[in-house]
Design a protein around this ligand. Structure first.
Ligand code: HEM
Length: 522
């Protein structure tokens, strides 16, 4: 009896000690006493509202001063949230690559974003977990896999021909051409085809562009509705109704396109021998593992199609405009690109005249200077100056400071790409910096920043842009053909203005106006 009593006591003691140790471990784990990164004084409501009502461009320029004063990590209280800003490439690497899983979360959506993202049911806003994984894997495997990307070659050729024709006819009637609208239309027709599997007529295309841009351009304006929604919905009710109308318009334009495709799929009319599957086809088949294997509802499909269109059009057409602006300004760069293309393009006979073929996608591999031009433009003019806000799964310490679970972490893409410690004369446009010494090939440059982050126009780590290869292909293909077909010059009496303005992306404040003439090849 005694011996059993001793055994029982010993076992209980072991459990008790274990329990005490785990409580101590939990306390030391969760109780982080490090301070938040420094920042300006916070006056409740007043400073929170101030940051909410100014644009990210303004915040960015204020942050430059704050970083000079406080160091590479700065805290601001924006609205009801603690927002940490990181302007240092090594800290970005430490967070996004070395501690990738911890920093791969997204913050809980604020009221406006909750509506636009169907309660975080899209890739960019879903928290790091099973729903995000299934949505991201679907996009990566079904639309962005190299074999699938290749199956849209004909679509790209058709979009390129239309773009060249539009530019040609515009340049006939105007001395200088505003290229922005042409680039946007081209990227929209390409992505709308990839999304809905059909060439929609111009009227429908304009409708899609209108509803998508309406919401994108409203991002700043509707931000204020995220703070104290019950009050701001009343104070800014005109804005609130405008937002709801834009959401309704979007549904009215996108839902019929989704339904059309669904009907065709159900009646077996889709023929994947001629055309590859569209993004919406893959969404119709998708099941959500954490939600009882249910299918996506229509609202969620609208959200995901809208994300696909926004992510793939505005970013790329903005980058295209910055690239062409640099080629207009720096004629020697444009000429060098043309010389490089001349060496690899084959001739064909048309009506006894020798004409050059268009540059096709296989040719792009043989154009290292073209790649350098594109990398340099993405470094110097990244379409997004911040990655999307990240969040951590638990309170963590970075660089001696607390990063709280309930806050957001923002990485400053432009600042990182302009770091004078890495890039000599960082604000100059010098594609050669990406070439080897004899300028015969691009130095191996890892845009994903896995080993070291030197620039991060597509982000880094688990949340890196899944479309970066597609974006690079689009940029290379269009830039090569645009300079091959036309000579791009500054219009008489004009100049290229590199001032920036924040829309959804950081665009040219004064859109590029170019004099375009047909290029004569000898
Ligand atoms: C020049 C063009 C592009 C640029 C500069 C760009 C840049 C970025 C950046 C900076 C992020 C945020 C990364 C982060 O939060 O850490 C992102 C995310 C994303 N991008 Fe892109 N992107 C481009 C084109 C595309 C294309 C063509 C697609 C697809 C069709 C795409 C789809 C996405 C998606 C779905 C996300 C969210 C990823 C996630 O949260 O897991 N992007 N992109």
């Amino acid at each position: 009896m005694e011996i059993w009593f001793i055994i029982l006591i010993s076992i209980s003691l072991v459990f008790l000690i274990k329990a005490i140790f785990s409580v101590i471990e939990l306390c030391t784990k969760t109780k982080i006493t490090n301070p938040l990164p420094p920042g300006p004084i916070h006056i409740p409501i007043i400073t929170a509202m101030k940051w909410l009502t100014i644009s990210f461009t303004e915040i960015e320029s204020i942050l430059k001063t704050l970083h000079a004063k406080y160091g590479p990590m700065v805290t601001l209280r924006i609205g009801s949230r603690t927002a940490i800003f990181i302007a240092d490439r090594s800290l970005a690497h430490q967070a996004l690559i070395q501690n990738g899983t911890l920093f791969a979360h997204r913050p809980r959506s604020l009221p406006v974003n909750k509506i636009t993202s169907s309660n975080q049911h899209n890739i960019s806003s879903a928290s790091y977990g099973p729903t995000w994984r299934v949505l991201r894997r679907n996009l990566a495997a079904e639309m962005l896999h190299p074999s699938r990307v290749k199956s849209f070659t004909q679509t790209r050729k058709w979009v390129l021909d239309a773009l060249l024709n539009h530019l040609h006819s515009d340049s006939k009637s105007n001395h200088s051409v505003k290229v922005k609208d042409h680039f946007q239309l081209a990227m929209f027709s390409l992505l709308v085809f990839m999304c809905f599997g059909q060439r929609v007529d111009d009227e429908k295309l304009n409708d899609v562009e209108r509803v998508q841009y309406g919401l994108l351009l409203g991002i700043n304006k509707f931000n204020v509705l995220n703070f104290w929604p019950k009050v701001t919905k009343f104070l800014f009710r005109k804005r609130w109704h405008e937002f709801l109308k834009l959401m309704r318009d979007q549904e009215e334009v996108l839902v019929p396109l989704i339904r059309e495709r669904k009907k065709a799929k159900e009646s077996g009319l889709l023929n994947y021998n001629n055309n590859p599957p569209a993004y919406v086809d893959t969404l119709l088949d998708l099941k959500l593992p954490k939600e009882g294997q249910r299918n996506l509802d229509e609202g969620e499909m609208v959200t995901l199609c809208s994300e696909f269109l926004n992510a793939g059009t505005d970013t790329t057409s903005t980058a295209l405009q910055w690239i062409m602006a640099n080629l207009v300004k720096y004629q020697q760069v444009q000429q060098r690109l043309v010389d490089e293309i001349e060496k690899i393009v084959t001739m064909k006979d048309i009506d006894d005249k020798k004409e050059k073929e268009v540059i096709n996608e296989e040719d792009l591999e043989k154009l290292p200077y073209l790649k350098a031009v594109i990398l340099e433009a993405l470094r110097r003019h990244p379409p997004g100056h911040f990655v999307l806000p990240h969040a951590v799964s638990e309170d963590v310490v970075l660089n001696g400071y607390l990063v709280p679970k309930e806050g957001t972490i923002n990485f400053m893409v432009a600042e990182i790409g302009w770091d004078p410690q890495v890039w000599e004369d960082p604000m100059a446009f010098k594609p050669e910096r990406f070439m080897n010494e004899d300028c015969s090939k691009v130095e191996v440059f890892d845009i994903t920043g896995t080993k070291e982050i030197k620039m991060m126009p597509f982000g880094a780590g688990r949340r890196i842009c899944p479309g970066y290869n597609l974006a690079l292909l689009h940029l290379e293909y269009f830039v090569a053909n645009l300079v091959w077909n036309f000579h791009w010059k500054v219009p008489k009496g004009g100049d290229v203005d590199f001032s920036e303005k924040q829309e959804f992306t950081i665009v040219m404040k004064n859109p590029l106006m170019a004099h375009i003439s047909t290029r004569i090849h000898h």
